[in-house]
Design a protein around this ligand. Structure first.
Ligand code: 5GP
Ligand code: MN
Length: 323
């Protein structure tokens, strides 16, 4: 599965540039951390370049690593470029994707999103993997490198597994996921610490924002088994919104008995950001792609609407039977 020339490419390049998608989530940060720690294990130089600032709760995982937020007027030198946890250069945002596409150095993608674009020389795509960190583990196994996994790598690998599987509950979790997890725990990984660092760091305003969204802003469509939640800029401001505060909120909709699709919409300076979630026989990525300039996985997709929240909601409501 892993192409033979990946190993020789890794061996012969010593300055790795490691990137991930905009709005990095736990799998994005977990992947870059694991890969950077692997680079260090192999005696390589590396630099992690994020398209934008990771949410505060993820920054502790980056302590001790070389990382920067991309700036168009800076130069980033390396001899091998990695795209982790994304399947097209557009996912790093307009400014950074122009930089990415202009780079002449060899590029490697490690990812689990379906339908990757043709944007790197060495694409490694495993859409059945539950997370990109699982893809990394697969690759290391294929390369005979599992013994190189140390505690630092294990932390990143586990962070991606835990966050992209809803704490090991989604259908994407396999026996392989648990075998991998067992290996990580055998290295001395304290998994409860990772859980607490991600899920027990709520601010009071964050919890209040979530309570408000559920109590006041949840629109239920029982006939469609669908719930929609939306938050305006003003509402976000009222609850001192910080990046990451609405992460996972959309999943609350799926926890309502009899509901198998949820949409969360958030107004930003640029337009409206969508999160789609589903379960069972229902898939949301095609809908996100067809109507809201997005895409993603069958059960978790995102999208964008360049306009007001009111118009975005009206468009969504007009399409409600197609979700
Ligand atoms: P979230 O709702 O957490 O922002 O995104 C859920 C999933 O949807 C992500 O893991 C990613 O696969 C996908 N996704 C989010 N936003 C976009 C987008 O703008 N374009 C595409 N193609 N996929 C997206
Ligand atoms: Mn992922």
């Amino acid at each position: 599965m892993t192409p033979n020339h990946l190993f020789s490419t890794l061996e012969s390049h010593h300055n790795w540039l490691i990137t991930t998608h905009k709005g990095p989530d736990g799998d994005a940060v977990g992947s870059v951390v694991a890969w950077a720690a692997y680079a260090a294990q192999c005696g390589k130089n590396y630099l992690i370049v994020f398209p934008d600032q990771p949410a505060a709760y993820l920054c502790p995982f980056l302590e001790g690593y070389n990382w920067k937020v991309f700036a168009a007027d800076q130069t980033y030198s390396g001899d091998l470029l990695f795209a982790l946890d994304y399947n097209s250069s557009s996912r790093v945002g307009e400014v950074m994707s122009a930089w990415f596409d202009n780079q002449t150095l060899p590029k490697v993608m490690l990812d689990h999103h379906p339908n990757p674009a043709d944007f790197v020389q060495i694409p490694i795509s495993i859409p059945t993997a539950c997370s990109t960190t699982e893809v990394i583990y697969h690759v290391l196994e294929d390369l005979g490198q599992l013994e190189r996994i140390n505690l630092a790598m294990a932390k990143g690998l586990y962070l991606g597994l835990m966050t992209d599987t809803g704490s090991f509950r989604f259908p994407s979790v396999s026996a392989y996921t648990h075998q991998m997890t067992a290996h990580l725990l055998s290295l001395g990984l304290a998994q409860h610490e990772i859980h607490e660092a991600v899920y027990d760091v709520n601010s009071v305003t964050r919890l209040q924002l979530r309570g408000y969204a559920i109590a006041e802003k949840l629109q239920l469509h029982p006939a469609q088994r669908l719930g929609i939640m939306s938050l305006s800029k003003e509402e976000l401001k009222r609850f001192a919104y910080q990046k990451g505060d609405t992460e996972g909120l959309v999943n609350v909709i799926l926890s309502i008995e009899g509901y198998d699709a949820g949409v969360f919409m958030m107004e930003t300076e640029e337009g409206v950001k969508f999160s789609f979630r589903s379960k069972g026989q229902r898939f949301v990525n095609a809908f996100a792609q067809a109507h809201f300039n997005g895409g993603g996985h069958q059960y978790a997709a995102g999208g964008f609407y360049a306009g007001s929240l009111k118009d975005a909601l009206a468009k969504l409501e007009s399409l409600i039977d197609q979700i």
